[in-house]
Write a protein that binds this ligand. Structure first.
Ligand code: 13P
Length: 251
């Protein structure tokens, strides 16, 4: 059976000292909550401090992006080899903020995912429709297409290391959450797309998270849906008590 994955995406928040203090605060609140995997994806410069604070706990620290090249002239970027050398196992790719503000496309997201997987990392692949697409009734087509393009040439074997995060762009940071029914329906479309690509077994084993204004109030309802296998949490992952409530909702 697939695992539930509760992941925080800190985005551009926390200095190393703040990250350390936050992990020390959240650690006792989620101790022993072993029915889900607990991850915080951190800015590159805070990873080491967060890892240090998380040592010996059930919290894992991931990164928020990775470049697709092995090395070379890519100023400002970080490779999968650099991340694994720092003991980083998880990485987000394809977040809508990367697509929206930094020009990432399904093609570059696919390259990044493949580079991370080739390095043995676990990838949290984000996808989701924008507001106009939902209003036009093409959400299912959009997420099916993104799933196919973003996973192009990713093997069935590598899918063991892929978590998909369905994040409707209109719900991110807006306080607007998809209803549990909307989240369930769209996560089910993603799973059907995985069936078409990899067969039923792989599709059933792949965790599909919901993300977009998930918080301590709405998490239980969302996580109760059969095709919602966790959450990717932005704002509420910066507040230890809120995050702990979400982890509890996943138990
Ligand atoms: P919020 O939870 O702040 O809406 O952010 C969601 C998100 O983008 C997680 O990756």
């Amino acid at each position: 059976m697939r695992r539930t994955v509760i992941a925080g995406n800190w985005k551009m928040n926390f200095t190393p000292d703040e990250a350390r203090a936050f992990i020390n605060e959240v650690k006792p609140l989620v101790a022993g909550k072993d029915n889900c995997d607990i991850i915080f994806c951190a800015p590159y410069v805070t990873i080491a401090a967060a890892q240090d604070a998380a040592k010996g706990s059930n919290i894992k620290i991931g990164a928020e992006n990775v470049h697709f090249a092995e090395k070379g002239a890519y100023t400002g970027e970080v490779s999968a080899k650099m991340l694994t050398a720092c003991g980083v196992e998880y990485v987000i790719v394809g977040h809508s903020e990367r697509r929206q503000y930094f020009g990432e496309t399904d093609e570059t997201v696919n390259l990044r995912a493949k580079a991370a997987l080739a390095a043995g990392m676990k990838v949290i692949l984000c996808l989701g429709e924008v507001k106009e697409q939902r209003l036009s009734g093409v959400t299912n087509e959009v997420v099916a297409m993104q799933t196919k393009l973003d996973l192009k040439d990713v093997t069935a074997e590598q899918m063991k290391n892929v978590i998909i995060a369905y994040e409707p762009v209109w719900a991110i940071g807006t306080g607007l959450t998809a209803t549990p029914e909307q989240a369930e329906e769209t996560c089910a479309v993603i799973r059907e797309t995985l069936v078409s690509l990899y067969g039923k077994e792989v599709a059933e084993e792949t965790a599909i998270q919901y993300g977009g204004s998930m918080n301590e109030k709405n998490a239980a309802e969302l996580l109760a849906k059969p095709n919602v296998d966790g959450g990717l949490i932005g704002g509420a992952s910066l507040v230890a008590e809120k995050f702990a409530v979400i982890v509890n909702a996943a138990q």
